[in-house]
Design a protein around this ligand. Structure first.
Ligand code: THU
Length: 134
């Protein structure tokens, strides 16, 4: 594990304290490393209208994308028990490439699983599946 990946996990651990999860009490922190070298963090933000809630991974990716980032190297996801990204988050990740490294860690920053988006979402539907624009 190189230093940047360790830093990524640490950013997710630290972000997790801001998770807003009054309904599930499942606190998630995420941090994505863009090819610019920047790290963007995110947390889950729940809502009284439950389906309106959003996951930590998507917050991190949307933050990065809204700052102009389009290429991502790795994402760290931190929970108390090493949960893996949900299907919706996997699909959002797939928009930006299947080689993304996914680092799953616990709330102490202990790396529990190192995988890739291609492993988590085989056969993903992505931008390449749409017909070319005329
Ligand atoms: N959650 C995430 O933030 N990321 C995941 O990968 C799985 C689930 C959130 C959504 C909801 O706020 C809470 O965890 C319980 O599902």
């Amino acid at each position: 594990m190189d230093e940047k990946r360790q830093e990524l996990i640490q950013a997710a651990v630290e972000a997790r304290k801001w998770a807003y999860a009054p309904y599930s009490s499942y606190f998630v922190g995420a941090a994505v490393l863009a090819d610019s070298g920047e790290i963007y963090d995110g947390v889950n933000v729940e809502n009284a209208a439950y389906p309106t809630s959003i996951c930590a991974e998507r917050v991190a990716i949307f933050k990065a994308a809204s700052q102009g980032e389009r290429n991502f190297i790795a994402i760290a996801v931190v929970t108390e028990n090493g949960g893996t990204p949900c299907g919706s988050c996997r699909q959002v990740m797939a928009e930006f490439g299947n080689d993304l490294e996914v680092l799953i860690a616990d709330d102490q920053g202990q790396l529990l699983q190192e995988t890739t988006l291609a492993e988590l979402l085989p056969g993903a539907f992505g931008p390449g599946d749409l017909p070319a624009k005329k």
